[in-house]
Design a protein around this ligand. Structure first.
Ligand code: XIL
Length: 313
């Protein structure tokens, strides 16, 4: 079996992976990345972010991201854009610019309409990680200066730039039910009521082996009542190192359970893993003592997690 095929068989639009263009020189990596039986969509893990696309105000650079786009196009893969507005990987000229509200909203509008209009991806994470863990809004430069108006400006700009693109708000720790998921639910509800364009909720899915929430399916069903689509956008399930056979077996079950939650909720349209081989995972660099979160190990061998995904579909 193969992951993207398995997703399609149960009515999903894709199974896919994040990637970085600087990994394309690794021919063994590229061969599997291009395997559309496993991956029907690519997300650039870094190269569409603000610091890559508008490091200097008004000077847009798309070369790195276009390498990912061309890679996808050559193989008939879809693209997920990631992302327009985020507090991280944000150039200083935005975060430290001291702009007033009207100016910052205009900056958000220009950035989102330019980037979304340039790439014309099928799907966009327009706003990334707007919430705190307790469901209140994160105190980014955007929120501190504009309240939640930046969210509206970003979404409206994205819709204007590419009316066909599906527009998402994306966050982590909103897999299961809880305060942060309630925050997302309430935000999307209020945006819809106001007529702000919003098509989907992106559930990142950066999870931990043995600690995967049991309420994922219930939470996705609740999101679905808003009339939006849902995607698992950045799935990886990390473990404390060293790797053991027991942890790999638990990881398999964890992947299976997460995938089954998406499978069982029709509004969940697809799943993206945050790269596919442990060789290029972001986890070891960010979470001390943890790693091995992906379905292939660093030597490109399939782990039990791969079969777990297949069984989940
Ligand atoms: C990560 C990338 O994978 C890393 O290479 C980079 O150093 C930091 O960002 N949530 C997101 C992603 O929305 O953009 C992050 O990607 C992982 C967490």
């Amino acid at each position: 079996g193969q992951l993207n095929i398995a997703a399609h068989i149960v009515g999903k639009k894709y199974f896919g992976t994040a990637t970085n263009e600087f990994q394309f020189t690794d021919t063994r990596y590229r061969a599997e990345l291009n395997n559309t039986l496993d991956f029907g969509i690519l997300t650039p893990a870094n190269s569409m972010k603000w610091d890559s696309t508008e490091a200097v105000q008004g000077q847009f650079t798309f070369d790195a991201a276009e390498e990912v786009v061309h890679q996808a196009q050559r193989h008939g893969q879809m693209m997920r854009g990631h992302n327009c507005v985020w507090h991280s990987q944000l150039p200083d000229w935005v975060s430290d610019g001291g702009f007033d509200k009207a100016t910052l909203l205009q900056i958000v509008d220009t950035h989102c309409s330019t980037v979304v209009g340039h790439f014309r991806n099928q799907i966009w994470d327009v706003v990334n990680e707007p919430f705190n863990e307790d469901g209140t809004f994160r105190e980014s430069v955007f929120y501190n200066t504009t309240g939640t108006d930046y969210i509206e400006s970003a979404l409206r700009a994205a819709r204007r730039a590419d009316p066909k693109a599906k527009l998402y708000i994306n966050d982590y720790n909103i897999e299961g039910t809880g305060a942060k998921s309630d925050g997302m639910y309430n935000l999307v509800k209020s945006l819809k009521k106001k007529g702000v364009p919003i098509d989907g909720i992106g559930v990142q899915g950066h999870l931990i082996v043995g600690s995967v929430p049991t309420t994922i399916e219930a939470n996705l069903r609740k999101f679905a009542t808003l009339g939006v689509e849902i995607a698992l956008t950045e799935l990886d399930i990390r473990m404390d190192l060293p790797v053991t056979q027991d942890k790999l077996e638990q990881q398999k079950k964890d992947y299976q359970n997460v995938i089954a939650a998406c499978r069982n909720v029709p509004a969940c349209i697809g799943v993206t893993i945050w790269d596919w081989t442990d060789k290029y995972s972001w986890v070891p660099g960010v979470f001390a003592g943890q790693g091995s979160p992906l379905p292939w190990d660093e030597n490109y061998q399939k782990k039990p997690a791969y079969a777990g995904i297949m069984e989940g579909f």
